[in-house]
Design a protein around this ligand. Structure first.
Ligand SMILES: Nc1ncnc2c1ncn2[C@@H]1O[C@H](COP(=O)(O)OP(=O)(O)OP(=O)(O)O)[C@@H](O)[C@H]1O
Length: 482
């Protein structure tokens, strides 16, 4: 099948009266270039439940003019039309449905993020995609527009957009990473794991807690450190693509397999492979990985003979794998093989106020250097307090993003109004029931944060009669002093 895919362009495909422009980009494409296609899929950012009257109208007009043409609508459910990550993820998943077809993409309509997504997918998915744009006739002195193919060579590292495969040699304890008090013991354990060659390790932790960095650390302090560290994000990929990327394929394994291709296990040979989001792999991939873990053998797609590899596997997940095993969606035998040893990273919220404050200060310094800002950004006490209160469900990554944001938008001392709305209007306290003790504890924490750990000032501000009462409360509530 030969398919044309495009977003429709609200501004250019419709006139000011919201009627379809007969010389708009979509109609022009049909008038001059559509003939050889089997189907046109027109995309909208809207959700199917809400519908899209503009798209309906455009499809009706095309159908009226070209009765024999197959034009289908696709609701992509995109919340933010300039959120590149969201658009790319949805577009990738969508394109993979057409992995066996010839896909021509009409590149012009859409926001810059939409265009960039097409570009990245074309480069990285390894599908039969071509990108086209049109030039209106008036610009080339002709009546008819021109159809121009954007010729960009596809990447020699396919799938890099979805499977973030990185072969990196980062400094282990470089100054751009904070091994804070609560994770020091975890890093100590990791060092012991690293020194026991080949033992498989499962890292647990919510997104953004630093699982990948920990996996890199295991690699760096092991005797495999001179070989590759390969990181693979296993989620969002169909079996056959993940299988061919992990294990490689032989010439002729499928139509486009023109020559043998090594997989990521081969690239990691002698080194370490980090399988992120392991809880997301299918039953089929679980079976394939089990074979690697049991016998250190891989079977490339289309091959008849297995090949030995020497790779340490470090896997990570935020999912409850035991519960998945109980529910029958994850194999017990694979689980036991993966979790020979386990490390668990705490959420940022569980790390206490002192540590959270350290993270804020750490990022103030790190980002200043990265952005080459002349001065370190100052935060008012209220801002510190708000940041410490905020639960940061996205963990260290989210805090880092917020701090980056502040560096981008502020050049003076950061005030409350400079904070993102979500932080400004959210209290970190998510309890559903009211408790006097918890409220008192919160108050003490807030006062201590505000007065940067000065107990006398915090005590006076709250109104305790004596500093001894205040100190005994700190002890009772096990509050850490920064
Ligand atoms: N202790 C830390 N010091 C400095 N930066 C950190 C720390 N922990 C996490 N980060 C930063 O947070 C971001 C997320 O870290 P990382 O990718 O290692 O987390 P993850 O748990 O693997 O996330 P995910 O599961 O979403 O892939 C990175 O930018 C990382 O540099």
């Amino acid at each position: 099948m030969k398919i044309l895919i495009s977003w429709y362009a609200k501004n250019n495909d419709f006139d000011k009266d919201k009627e379809v422009k007969l010389d708009g980009p979509t109609m022009a494409f049909h008038d001059y270039f559509f003939e050889n296609y089997d189907e046109h899929i027109l995309l909208t950012t809207r959700d199917a439940n809400d519908g899209d009257p503009f798209l309906d109208k455009l499809v009706r007009v095309i159908a009226k003019k070209y009765k024999e043409r197959k034009v289908n609508k696709r609701y992509m459910n995109i919340a933010d039309v300039i959120d590149f990550q969201e658009i790319k993820t949805k577009v990738e998943t969508f394109l993979l449905e057409y992995a066996n077809d010839e896909i021509d993409i009409f590149f012009s309509p859409g926001t810059s993020s939409m265009q960039l997504s097409w570009f990245v997918c074309h480069q990285s998915l390894g599908l039969k995609t071509r990108l086209f744009q049109t030039r209106e006739g008036k610009f080339s002195g002709k009546k008819a527009p021109d159809l121009l193919e954007l010729t960009i060579d596809q990447s020699s590292v396919p799938m890099s957009a979805i499977i973030s495969e990185q072969i990196q040699q980062k400094d282990t304890f470089s100054t751009d990473y904070l091994v804070s008090e609560s994770i020091k013991p975890i890093y100590e354990k990791a060092r012991l794991i690293a020194q026991t060659d080949k033992v498989t390790c499962l890292i647990r932790g919510e997104s953004g807690t630093g699982k990948e960095h920990l996996a890199q650390y295991i690699h760096k302090v092991s005797n495999r450190c001179t070989k590759a560290f390969v990181s693979v994000n296993c989620s969002a990929l169909g079996d056959s693509i993940l299988e061919s990327r992990l294990f490689g394929y032989v010439k002729g394994a499928f139509t486009d397999a023109k020559e043998d291709k090594k997989g990521l296990f081969d690239e990691a040979n002698g080194g370490t492979i980090f399988l992120d989001e392991i809880g997301d792999i299918s039953a089929f991939m679980q079976q394939s990985l089990l074979r690697v873990l049991q016998s250190s053998e891989i079977l490339p797609l289309g091959a008849t003979k297995v090949r030995k590899v020497d790779v340490r596997i470090v896997a990570a997940t935020h999912k409850d794998l035991e519960a998945m095993c109980e529910a029958g969606t994850f194999r017990w035998d694979l689980y036991y093989r993966l979790s020979v040893v386990e490390l668990s990273l705490p959420m940022l919220q569980e790390r206490g106020i002192t540590e959270k404050r350290n993270f804020i200060d750490f990022f103030l310094e790190k980002i200043q250097k990265e952005m080459k800002k002349p001065k370190r950004l100052k935060l008012s006490n209220e801002v510190y307090q708000k940041l410490i209160d905020y639960p940061f469900k996205g963990n260290v990554r989210e805090l880092e993003n917020v701090m980056t944001n502040l560096y981008v938008f502020c050049d003076k001392e950061v005030q409350l109004q400079d904070l993102p709305r979500k932080i400004l209007h959210k209290s970190g306290n998510n309890r559903s029931s009211f408790s006097l003790k918890e409220t008192e504890k919160d108050l003490i924490i807030k006062a201590l944060t505000f007065y940067k750990g000065n107990q006398a000032k915090a005590c006076e501000a709250i109104g305790y009669r004596s500093i001894n009462t205040f100190k005994s409360k700190i002890k009772e509530y096990e509050i850490e002093i920064g």
